[in-house]
Design a protein around this ligand. Structure first.
Ligand SMILES: N[C@@H]1[C@@H](O)[C@H](O)[C@@H](COP(=O)(O)O)O[C@@H]1O
Length: 243
């Protein structure tokens, strides 16, 4: 794993944007894996500005989001679908049919998971997967204990995750207790992975990801086994490490 140390959140976002831009410009029909949460918001702002400046087009790009809350329709402001529309999709020229987010309000969730996997298989491989890091080591919504062999599936969210994400909801009890997430094996199938880490509260999980044992108890540790992972981390998140 390569660690790129940057000064702060803005520098992390800018660096990630320049890598993504490079791939989108140079690949035919690029496929991006996208994340939500606070961490990639700055990256999306940079991508939108780059698009507005005419430096890049997303009309041949397909995207697959990592996860979605169960029970929240795309029109719900707390859904990840809504987040993606607001923070990226509606500002760029990506065709609607190429911007994929799991459908958390599907009647048959297992069949939705299989369908999502099939859509990704139709595109062969995700070229670049963006990831954030959960405080308990989750990536996507793969909570501690998730099998390293998992594909897209429905997961029960940890109480700690629900608490961490409650800041986005009106009331803590509104946070759904289930989500659809790409599995760990699905994520590991990506050709290249960019993990974004910012802030002192991520220092401990980042240290564990880099130097802890590879274990299903800490899902992000699986990244140690991937051939092409770039971690863009700011100074605060690297405060526990000498890099
Ligand atoms: N499901 C998302 C993850 O995809 C995200 O990477 C992580 C970190 O969130 P944040 O970037 O807000 O710290 O937790 C959320 O629960």
């Amino acid at each position: 794993m390569e660690v790129i140390k940057v000064k702060n959140y803005d520098a992390m976002s800018e660096k990630a944007c320049s890598i993504i831009m490079n791939r989108v410009i140079n690949l035919d029909n690029p496929v991006l894996g996208l994340a939500t949460g606070s961490t990639p918001e700055g990256l999306y702002e940079y991508l939108i500005n780059t698009y507005k400046e005419g430096e890049i087009s997303f009309k041949d790009t397909a995207t697959f989001n990592l996860d979605e809350y169960v029970g929240l329709a795309p029109s719900n402001p707390n859904s990840y679908h809504y987040y993606m529309n607001e923070k990226l999709f509606k500002h760029i020229d990506i065709p609607d049919k190429l911007a994929h987010v799991p459908n958390g309000s599907a009647q048959d969730l297992d069949s939705e998971c299989r369908h999502y996997e099939q859509l990704m298989r139709d595109r062969k491989q995700i070229d670049v997967q963006i990831l954030g890091l959960g405080l308990n080591g989750h990536i996507g919504f793969n909570e501690p204990g998730t099998s390293f062999e998992s594909r897209t599936h429905v997961i029960d969210l940890d109480e700690t995750t629900r608490k961490a994400n409650a800041r986005f909801f009106d009331a803590p009890e509104d946070v759904p207790n289930k989500a659809i997430t790409m599995g760990l094996e699905t994520i590991m199938d990506s050709k290249e992975i960019i993990l974004l880490v910012s802030g002192a509260r991520k220092a401990e999980p980042l240290a564990r990801l880099l130097h802890g044992e590879v274990s299903e108890e800490f899902p992000a540790s699986i990244l140690q086994n991937h051939k092409d992972v770039v971690i863009i981390a700011d100074e605060a998140s690297l405060s526990e490490l000498e890099i």
